[in-house]
Design a protein around this ligand. Structure first.
Ligand code: ADP
Ligand code: MG
Length: 332
């Protein structure tokens, strides 16, 4: 990257500096940012990286989508702690294969997500890479002291929930790869399926509602597929998690797409990932379900926590069987 390109990125990131929000003393432009968390709050921090060819392909994601999704995946980790996202630091590595206008579009997507989730970019780093685009984001948020929602919070007797349909991102990716292999555009019918993959949303409001309710058990976000996230809770909490096949929420369009290509959408839901819904447990289903519906937020109860060796079990008409941590191969 040339000196001019570095200055371009500085120019693009200046737009964040305009809306300084409470607590930030120094933003972009000095050696580091300085901010003060509000009294009674702890800092909650996470970092997530996207690398071209490993996490996305140019053919399946527009530059805006790459920026948007990279920010959302971090915001989702803050949501999964019950926190409020506040600030982001962005490390980007660009090669000559990415033109300045394309890079600007990545920032456009990132700022669009920042606007939506109330996040301010307060710094970062810009480097050149030999080939693949590299985008690593750190998000800092706040949570009431001592109240962050952990994976270890599940207890026998809890109800298991998920905040929305799962499997959409994997369905979207499968569809986009198929379209790419056929050398064509995404059919108009499946635009909403593509959007699950390209423009996922984080569930900050649901995380905050769970924390405020005082009835939350464990919490996690669906970045690696429902089975893997439930396993993380089961192991961290030392409990057995039992989910019911028929209760796992699947999007209507995703089901229609699955039928059109002869796939079982449940495999996408269990082992796909990148849906960024929240999955977790609550002590009692009843007041929480009412609170969610009063706030206009969906909540799907999908199973229960039992005592026993850590594990995840799937129940259907044929009985109950253990779910592997991940991998389509084990799912017949
Ligand atoms: P230093 O050399 O002290 O590390 P830089 O000259 O790299 O600082 O960066 C100057 C300012 O621009 C810093 O505030 C830094 O956080 C910010 N910055 C650099 N790259 C980016 C980026 N890609 N996104 C957002 N802010 C960035
Ligand atoms: Mg410096």
């Amino acid at each position: 990257m040339s000196h001019d390109e570095f200055s371009l990125i500085r120019e693009w990131t200046k737009r964040g500096a305009q809306h300084a929000q409470g607590g930030l003393s120094v933003g972009i432009g000095d050696d580091a940012a300085v901010f003060t968390p509000p009294p009674g709050m702890q800092i909650v921090a996470c970092c997530d990286t996207m690398i071209e060819t490993v996490h996305f392909l140019r053919e399946t994601m527009q530059p805006e989508d790459i920026g948007y999704k990279a920010l959302v995946s971090n915001v989702s980790d803050i949501a999964a702690m019950g926190g409020i996202p506040r600030y982001a630091l962005v490390s980007i590595g660009i090669s000559s294969r990415w033109s300045p206008p394309e890079c600007r579009r990545i920032y456009d997507g990132m700022y669009e997500a920042c606007e939506r989730y109330g996040v301010q970019i307060i710094g970062g780093d810009t480097v050149s890479t030999p080939d693949a685009l590299y985008l690593s984001i750190t998000v800092l948020g706040e949570v009431e002291t001592g109240r962050a929602l952990l994976r270890s919070g599940a207890r026998p007797g809890d109800a298991i929930f998920v905040t929305g349909p799962v499997g959409g991102s994997a369905a979207g990716l499968a569809m986009l790869l198929k379209a790419k292999a056929a050398g064509g555009e995404v059919g108009r019918d499946w635009k909403s399926v593509a959007a699950f993959h390209q423009r996922p949303e984080a569930q900050v409001k649901a995380g905050r509602l769970l924390l405020a309710s005082g009835l939350a058990g464990a919490l996690n976000d669906v970045s690696d597929g429902l089975a893997s996230e439930l396993w993380e809770i089961a192991e961290a909490s030392g409990v057995r998690m039992l989910i019911e096949r028929d209760k796992i929420p699947l999007d209507r369009e995703v089901k229609a797409y699955a039928a059109s290509v002869g796939q079982d959408p449940l495999a996408w839901a269990l082992f796909g990932g990148e849906d960024y819904q929240l999955v977790g447990t609550v002590r009692a289903a009843s007041p929480i379900a009412e609170q969610f519906s009063a706030s206009g937020l969906p909540l799907y109860l999908i199973g229960r926590v039992e005592p026993g060796a850590p594990g995840v079990w799937l129940a259907d008409q044929e009985g109950c069987r253990p779910l592997e941590k991940g991998g389509y191969n084990h799912f017949a």
